[in-house]
Ligand binder design. Structure first.
Ligand code: AMP
Length: 287
């Protein structure tokens, strides 16, 4: 029996999800999967809205995945407002929430992982060496359980999106992995579950991230082509605002390899700490 929480149907085991998806498939419904760690905000809801364009029914997964957190990271502190998440999903007409426990996801003896190699080495992979292995492992499990037609992920986590596209391609997964544009607050800050860690002053200072991306886009439009110059200006602007820059990279949008000159499509990708929040953002420099 599925639980109903705040008006949403909630599955807790792979068997429950499989029984549900089987019924949907027999009824001829296309299925979309939206994996999340909960603490849902309007950015997650744009994934749900995009999912509606590709499918008849939408499954949102809510699972704070221990495998993708490093030992000194915020796994314990990560927000878990599950009832509120259920209410938001119910409001958006999400047909099923899958919210397993860590024990269900990783039963005793669990020892299989999936790794996407070159795409996950640099950028966030440099500071978080086991992060992407945790992400790709849990997402492959979710894709295998749901066997959805499409799965949607945000461009906010751009490296993650590229790694997951690669994984599905390399491992012949039938689910189509699709990206969705970054949802922003009215002032431009990329929406994130970790924004709740920011004080009012830090949140204001963190606008330097999106400002520096927009300044880089403007510089490229004005003719600047030197990636090192562009990255240095971005880093300086974020540091001046009180941020602690983890990295600023200007990369090929598919391979994520650094480019020296912005002559072909290029993406600027940033990770910067404001207070105790490590914030990600990115933008096309030359679409
Ligand atoms: P998370 O719960 O942070 O793991 O995010 C779940 C999914 O929502 C991931 O595919 C994220 O990339 C996506 N997401 C989170 N924030 C945003 C945003 N501001 N815009 C678009 N997608 C987002």
């Amino acid at each position: 029996m599925l639980e109903t929480i705040a008006g949403a149907q909630v599955a807790r085991t792979p068997a429950q999800v499989r029984a549900w998806t089987e019924k949907m498939r027999v009824a001829g419904k296309r299925i979309a999967l939206v994996p999340t760690m909960g603490a849902l905000h309007a950015g997650h809801m744009t994934l749900v809205a995009a999912a509606r364009h590709h499918a008849d029914v939408v499954i949102v997964t809510v699972f704070v995945n221990p495998l993708q957190f490093g030992p000194k990271e915020d796994f314990a502190a990560y927000p878990r407002p599950f009832d509120k998440d259920c209410a938001l999903c119910a409001q958006a007409g999400v047909e099923l929430i899958y919210a397993p426990t860590p024990q269900t996801m990783y039963p005793p003896g669990f020892q299989s992982h999936v790794e996407v190699e070159a795409l996950t080495q640099g950028l966030c992979g440099a500071a978080r060496p086991t992060h992407f292995r945790g992400v790709t492992t849990v997402v492959l499990k979710l894709l295998n359980i749901a066997m959805a037609d499409v799965a949607l992920f945000g461009e906010k986590d751009y490296q993650q999106l590229q790694a997951l596209k690669r994984m599905a391609l390399d491992l012949d997964h039938p689910t189509q992995v699709l990206g969705v544009a970054i949802a922003r607050e009215p002032d431009g800050l990329a929406m994130s579950s970790r924004n709740v860690y920011l004080t009012a002053a830090e949140r204001q200072a963190a606008l330097a991230i999106v400002r520096s991306l927009r300044a880089a886009q403007a510089a490229v439009r004005a003719g600047e082509r030197d990636a090192a110059q562009l990255a240095a200006a971005m880093a300086a602007a974020m540091t001046a605002a009180g941020g602690r820059v983890d990295y600023v990279a200007i990369v090929d949008p598919q391979s994520l390899q650094p480019v020296a000159t912005v002559a072909q499509p290029a993406r600027a990708i940033v990770a910067t700490w404001f207070g105790r929040a490590r914030l990600l953002d990115n933008a096309d420099l030359l679409p």
